[in-house]
Design a protein around this ligand. Structure first.
Ligand code: PBG
Length: 324
C-alpha cells in the first residue's frame, strides 16, 4: 500500500484555510439585474416561467430598484415592452417610449444605480425579430440606421451604458458613431458580441413577449457548435469600439467565456440567461436540488471561467445569500 507524499487535502481541512486559498470570490458587485418594464400603473405581473421575476410598470419598477440598490447590486439592465408594436418597432426609437421613460424615472429616483439599456428591436416589433424585415429576412443595414436612432434616445434619457443585442454586423461601430456625433462620448457600449441562437432564451421570450412570429434567429445569432466565430465576433467588436464584450448564454458556454477572456483585453460580461435560471429554479422548487447552493455554484463557475460581470436573474437572491 502506498503512503501519499503529496496531500492536497491539507488545505481543505477547515473553512479558514479554504477561504484563504479561494481563487474566486463571488460578490453582489459582480451582478447586473435584468428587469422588464411595461405600460400602465401598479403593475407587478409575475412571469410564470421565471418565478420571482415580474413585468413592472414604471412606478413599481422605481420602488424595486430602490430595493436592489440596498442589496449592493450596482447595475440593472432594462428591457421595455411597449403597449403597441409595429413592423419597425417605433416605440424603441421614441424619446417618450416605454424604456426612455423608465430610464428617466429610475435615474431620477436612484441616481446611484447604474442603468444599462438593451438595444434591440425584438420586444418592439410585431413580428418579434430584432430589426426591420425585408423579403422575409432581417435587413442588416436598415436595422443599423434604426439602432443609431434608438441609442440616442437611450442616452438622452440618461442611460449609463448601452448594450446592443441584435447581432447585426456593424452595430457597435454604428452605435459608437451615433453616440459620438451627439456628444455622448462618455457612454460605454457593452456588446452582446458572442450571442448564440440558443434554446435557453425560452422563458425570456415570455417575459419580454418577443418570440419571433415566423422563423427563428439562426440567420443572425451564432451557431452553438462554433468557437472561432465567437472570437472573430469579439475581435470585430473591439475594432468597432466596444468597451465590454459579452458572451451569452453563460453556463453552457463557459469555454467561450474562457477563450474570450484569454484573447480579448477588455472586460468580459456573461449573461446567465432565462433558461439557465429557470432550470435551477424549477429543480429547486421540486426539491431535487439545493437551489441556493446550486445557484451560487453556477454563478461562481461563470466568474471562474473568466466573466468580470454577470447578468443574472438570481442577482437579488444571490446578493441576499451572499450578504447573510
Ligand atoms: C434580445 C435579447 C434576448 C435576450 C436578451 N436580449 C432574447 C433573444 O435573443 O431572443 C435573452 C435573455 C434571456 O434569455 O435571459 N433583445
Amino acid at each position: 500500500m502506498i503512503v501519499p507524499y503529496y496531500r492536497p487535502r491539507r488545505l481543505r481541512r477547515n473553512e479558514n484555510i479554504r477561504s484563504m486559498i479561494r481563487e474566486t470570490q463571488l460578490s453582489p458587485k459582480d451582478f447586473i439585474y435584468p428587469l422588464f418594464v411595461v405600460e400602465e400603473k401598479g403593475v407587478k405581473n409575475p412571469i410564470k416561467s421565471m418565478p420571482g421575476n415580474f413585468q413592472w410598470s414604471i412606478d413599481l419598477l422605481v420602488e424595486e430598484v430602490k430595493n436592489i440598490h440596498q442589496l449592493g447590486i450596482p447595475a440593472i439592465i432594462l428591457f421595455g415592452i411597449p403597449a403597441d408594436k409595429d413592423d419597425r418597432g417605433s416605440d424603441a426609437m421614441d424619446d417618450n417610449g416605454i424604456i426612455q421613460r423608465a430610464v428617466k424615472e429610475v435615474k431620477n429616483a436612484v441616481p446611484d444605480m447604474y442603468v444599462i439599456t438593451d438595444v434591440c428591436f425584438c420586444e418592439y416589433t410585431d413580428h418579434g425579430h430584432c430589426g426591420a424585415i425585408n423579403n422575409g429576412e432581417v435587413d442588416n443595414d436598415s436595422t443599423l440606421e434604426m439602432l443609431g436612432k434608438q441609442v440616442i434616445t437611450h442616452a438622452k434619457a440618461g442611460a449609463d451604458m448601452v448594450a446592443p443585442s441584435g447581432m447585426m454586423d456593424g452595430m457597435v461601430a454604428t452605435i459608437r458613431e451615433a453616440l459620438d456625433e451627439n456628444n455622448y462620448h462618455q457612454t460605454p457600449i457593452m456588446s452582446y458580441a458572442a450571442k448564440y441562437a440558443s434554446a435557453f432564451y425560452g422563458p425570456f421570450r415570455d417575459a419580454a413577449e418577443s418570440a419571433p412570429q415566423f422563423g427563428d434567429r439562426r440567420a443572425y445569432q451564432m451557431d452553438p457548435p462554433n468557437v472561432r466565430e465567437a472570437l472573430h465576433e469579439a475581435e470585430l467588436d473591439v475594432e468597432e469600439g466596444a468597451d465590454i464584450i459579452m458572451v451569452k448564454p453563460a453556463l453552457p458556454y463557459l469555454d467561450i467565456i474562457r477563450v474570450v477572456m484569454e484573447n480579448i483585453n477588455l472586460p468580459v460580461a456573461a449573461y446567465n440567461v432565462s433558461g439557465e435560471f429557470s432550470m435551477v429554479k424549477a429543480a429547486g422548487e421540486k426539491g431535487w436540488i439545493d437551489e441556493n447552493k446550486v445557484a451560487l455554484e453556477m454563478l461562481t463557475s461563470i466568474k471562474r471561467a473568466g466573466a468580470d460581470l454577470i447578468l443574472t436573474y438570481y442577482a437579488k437572491e444571490a446578493a441576499q445569500w451572499l450578504n447573510e
